[in-house]
Write a protein that binds this ligand. Structure first.
Ligand SMILES: NC(=O)c1ccc[n+]([C@@H]2O[C@H](COP(=O)([O-])OP(=O)(O)OC[C@H]3O[C@@H](n4cnc5c(N)ncnc54)[C@H](O)[C@@H]3O)[C@@H](O)[C@H]2O)c1
Length: 381
């Protein structure tokens, strides 16, 4: 693939595409099919190299966080931006937000490359899109960084509370996962109550830790696993009723009612699905399905899967609320709607005879098409 950020192209290399022009269809490399706009941003002085991908603005400005990550190649960064922005469009649509989907990546090691000047340079590029893209936090960026970006740009959310921001989005992410899990329990076990159910939580970072709190308060039995010993210790100290698994294999071998992946993506691969005893999978992690076809495998094994981008949308609901002046109770009420949306989704999946992940995509696409189409109604001068 062309290396857009090369400052002096070697002879024989193709010219770099300009901002807003995705790569030519048919060329090898990341698949941009369906994206509205892909912008490459560079500021040599600060070392900023960023890609902003806008998948859809059918429902409104494209909202999605900025990932600051040491990608091994520009291709890898572009692929991530393209995949993540598409996922955000679906997540925002299903969450009922009047927002499209976008995502940005900054190429580099945040521990070494992040500076005030770089973040402000990035903010100016976001501002140049005139509100078509609204940025927020993601891996490698924090609310404090968004405060800095906001000094150059008005299309930012996820800022710190003292600056009018929504703060840590894991609060409503965890609540939304819990609400989704109650809807799963209703569908799989005939009751929304999780009391007495054995729930395995994998990953007890910001989201998993808070989810464990909701679950123990609801009377569920909880077993946890995390690769990070201090994270395990903190979760156990805060929730003495929870039990520690000795390993991931140990967690998965338990007679779980519910498995809640709350760590990295790809938790549901062929091996995991083959051994899973849980009747329900519902967790906060993004991109849980390791590959296409896993949703069918889960359905074939009678395991109810709550689509990740639906049940973990409490976080984006929280930061989206900031755009209207953050109001926690309003955002919380909206995150609680994940219960009703999850139930609606399972009903649609049953009706159409498809796995819930397929039904989720259909619901999101339907909303993008039906509501997005309304822009065609001319409002007059
Ligand atoms: N924070 C949010 O608001 C939010 C919103 C939507 C989705 N998510 C997704 O939820 C997941 C967790 O996010 P977070 O904010 O809690 O992140 P975090 O970094 O605070 O926590 C992740 C935890 O997972 C653990 N972990 C990493 N690899 C593991 C492994 N192989 N096995 C077991 N544990 C492992 C880490 O040690 C850490 O404790 C991520 O996939 C994230 O993309 C988060």
């Amino acid at each position: 693939m062309t290396h857009v950020f090369a400052t002096s192209p070697q002879s024989g290399e193709s010219p770099a595409p300009s901002a807003g022009m995705p790569h030519v269809a048919g060329t090898p490399g990341p698949n941009h099919a369906g994206h509205e706009q892909v912008v490459f941003c560079q500021d040599a002085q600060t070392g900023l190299r960023a890609i902003i991908a806008i998948y859809s603005t059918a429902l409104g400005p494209a909202l999605g966080g900025t990932r600051f990550y040491p990608y091994e190649s520009e291709d890898a960064a572009l692929t991530d931006a393209l995949n993540l922005s598409r996922a955000m469009a679906y997540k925002n649509a299903l969450a009922g937000l009047d927002l499209g989907g976008g995502k940005a990546v900054i190429l580099g090691d945040p521990a070494r490359g992040k500076s005030e000047a770089l973040l402000r340079a990035y903010g100016r590029f976001v501002e140049s899109l005139n509100g078509r893209y609204i940025t927020a936090c993601d891996i490698g960026t924090y609310s404090e960084d968004m405060d800095i970006v906001a000094r150059e740009c008005s299309h930012v959310t996820g800022r710190t509370v003292p600056n009018g921001g929504a703060g840590d989005s894991s609060v409503l992410t965890a609540l939304g996962v819990y609400e989704g899990m109650r809807a799963c329990a209703d569908h799989a076990f005939g009751s929304t109550s999780l009391a007495g159910r054995l729930v395995g939580v994998e990953g007890v970072g910001k989201v998993g830790h808070r989810l464990v709190e909701h679950l123990t308060q609801a009377g569920a039995r909880v077993v946890i696993w995390d690769v990070d010993a201090p994270a395990m210790a903190a979760a156990l100290a805060a929730n003495p009723a929870a039990e520690a698994a000795a390993s991931r294999a140990d967690l998965l071998a338990r007679p779980l009612d519910v498995y809640a992946p709350c760590a990295m993506g790809g938790a549901l691969d062929d091996d995991t699905v083959a051994t899973l005893s849980a009747r329900v999978v519902c967790g906060g992690a993004n991109n849980q399905l390791a590959h296409a076809g896993i949703d069918k495998l889960l359905a074939d094994r009678g395991i109810l899967y709550a689509p990740d981008y639906l049940v973990n949308s409490g976080g984006v609901i929280q930061v989206a609320d900031e755009l209207a002046g953050f109001h926690f109770e309003r955002a919380k009420a909206r995150a609680e709607q994940i219960f009703a949306t999850t139930k609606k989704l399972f009903a649609l999946a049953d009706e159409e005879g498809v796995p819930p992940a397929v039904a989720a995509d259909r619901l999101a696409e339907r909303r993008m098409a039906e509501v997005g189409r309304l822009r065609a109604i001319w409002l007059g001068d």
